[in-house]
Design a protein around this ligand. Structure first.
Ligand SMILES: Cc1cc2nc3c(=O)[nH]c(=O)nc-3n(C[C@H](O)[C@H](O)[C@H](O)COP(=O)(O)OP(=O)(O)OC[C@H]3O[C@@H](n4cnc5c(N)ncnc54)[C@H](O)[C@@H]3O)c2cc1C
Length: 496
């Protein structure tokens, strides 16, 4: 029996069809439906798209449209067996949490195992955004959102349109986490506590019977004729399931559990892993002068590569003891993720501290101050534009006398100062080791179906989150990609 039903767009999802069999809602009134390998049998109602009324009924009617509270009976398949389909989700980070929730939204009967090697869920979610969890972006335009992924944006498009940032915000609000969008478009829980984001899932899993296995370290996955065997470190017997969703993350911040194990599993199932590199890290400079201004920050500046002016990014940054850091620098580090950075062959960058101000205009400002305060030193006149400590570094770099009386400084030297402020020259010699936020590279996207997140190499295997060759800039884009790919994988694993 194939029961075709449903169907309406949901509030979280622009493209996907309907939701799950709303069994739990009715369980007080009705006998349990019979479970089949891939869903529920004897499930009953077909709803009209527009009126939301039951238009066709098989077996016992289970509800009127008013009762379903926006949930709709969906396409239910009977594969003629009496087994319940089993799905294992490996990795309880952002992608795995959302995949489990979505699979359950899609089917109340599928048996879901969420396997996590830590003794708690979502360790990285909790520490993200400095503990506040920048869970997505406030940018509304999905096309614009997609420009924030140096790798993987084209592939991500389907998942992103299906569950864009706005839907993520609504989803969390619907599940009891009030969110706020800050001036820079970062979205946080109003509580400023990442734990609230994870609690949503813990509660949901408890209520919906998702089996969470803690301290369960997966050490191998084998494809069988009609499913998979999952080998756990602490158990002699493998867990056998019909489908696997691999959400083991990348290999950044390994103390959170993301140790890159999933790459080996994906490889063993036939997948190619691209080169891997740290993304979103602070950068070390060959020059030592940034240490003299460590802590000095700018709300905005434009970075570009001296050798390739097309590589550019803009945003806040800060000087550190080793070089530079902050959102614009993280973005730059992502763009340089696969560049070899060494002290012998550093990459030359320029920082425009006066983005949007023409160099001639800047020179005129300096000249205006110089003509007004003729008795001041060069250093003090320039300090009217940028902090004095930075001016001192600049004058050392340009070999100019800080104490020279401004009236005696040539126009040529003032022009050199203006040019320096418009293109502070620095040589990037390395990444600051071990502090990257994400892993650039991952499972080759050519081998994954972007409409379902299912492997093209190994049917029944789905992948989502940072394990894929997708990485975003800071601003909530990495969690956004984990939520939307996780959701698509969770829904598809039940459906496809
Ligand atoms: C310090 C920090 C701050 C960040 N802040 C933000 C932010 O504010 N906003 C943003 O968008 N992004 C942020 N990111 C990036 C973002 O957190 C990640 O990209 C995202 O969490 C990835 O989700 P994931 O589910 O793919 O992987 P992870 O969150 O890495 O989850 C993978 C899970 O799999 C488990 N696992 C791994 N191997 C096994 C195994 N063999 N057996 C069982 N379980 C296993 C791990 O224990 C882990 O729980 C931050 C990252 C870091 C490190």
């Amino acid at each position: 029996m194939h029961l075709m039903c449903l169907v309406q767009r949901t509030k979280y999802n622009d493209t996907a069809l309907g939701m799950c069999v709303p069994w739990r809602i009715y369980s007080d009134h009705l006998p349990a439906p019979r479970c089949t390998k891939y869903g529920v049998r004897d499930t009953y109602d077909v709803m009209s798209r527009h009126s939301q009324k039951i238009i066709h009924s098989v077996g016992i009617p289970i509800a009127t449209s008013g009762d379903v509270r926006g949930r709709y009976v969906r396409h239910v398949r009977d594969h003629g067996t009496n087994c319940v389909m089993k799905i294992a989700i490996i990795g309880g980070g952002a992608a795995g949490l959302m995949a489990a929730a979505a699979a359950r939204e899609e089917s109340d009967t599928v048996e879901i195992f969420l396997i996590e090697k830590n003794d708690s869920l979502g360790k990285k979610v909790i520490i993200s955004g400095g503990g506040r969890c920048n869970l997505t972006t406030g940018v509304e335009n999905t096309r614009q959102v997609l420009t924030n992924y140096p790798r993987g944006s084209k592939f991500l498009s389907k998942a992103m349109y299906a569950f864009p940032p706005k839907s993520v915000r609504v989803w969390f609000e619907d599940h009891g986490v009030k969110v706020k969008t800050e001036k820079d478009m970062r979205v946080f829980p109003c509580s400023n506590d990442g734990r609230d984001v994870v609690r949503v899932f813990e509660k949901l899993f408890q209520q919906t019977g998702i089996k969470v296995l803690f301290n369960a370290n997966v050490i191998g996955i084998t494809k069988r004729d009609n499913g998979f065997a999952i080998k756990l470190k602490a158990s002699k017997n493998a867990l056998t399931v019909d489908r696997v969703i691999l959400t083991t993350g990348g290999q950044a911040y390994r103390n959170t559990g993301s140790t890159g194990d999933g790459y080996a599993f994906a490889q063993s199932l036939g997948h190619k892993i691209t080169d891997l590199a740290p993304g979103l890290s602070a950068l070390q400079t060959k020059e030592s002068w940034p240490a003299r201004v460590a802590g000095l920050s700018f709300p905005t500046a434009r970075f570009s590569l001296a050798g390739d002016p097309k590589i550019t990014c803009q945003g806040p940054f800060i000087f550190t003891h080793k070089g530079i850091s902050g959102p614009a620098v993280f973005a730059l580090s992502s763009l340089l993720a696969f560049h070899q950075l060494t002290p012998e062959r550093p990459v030359a960058v320029k920082i425009d501290l006066f983005d949007g101000v023409n160099q001639d205009v800047l020179l005129k400002r300096i000249q205006f101050n110089a003509s007004k305060y003729t008795k001041k030193s060069l250093c003090n006149v320039l300090a009217m534009l940028v902090p004095k400590t930075l001016v001192e570094c600049m004058l050392d770099d340009l070999s100019l006398e800080a104490d020279a009386q401004i009236a005696a400084v040539s126009k040529k030297d003032l022009m050199r100062c203006a040019a320096w402020l418009k293109a502070v020259p620095l040589n990037i010699s390395s990444r600051v080791a071990g502090d990257e936020f994400v892993t650039a590279g991952g499972v080759d996207l050519a081998e994954i179906n972007p409409s379902t997140m299912e492997s093209k190499i190994c049917p029944g295997l789905f992948l989502a989150g940072e394990i894929l060759d997708i990485d975003g800039f800071t601003g909530g884009f990495n969690l956004q990609s984990a939520w939307c790919t996780g959701r698509l994988a969770g829904k598809s694993a039940v459906d496809v």
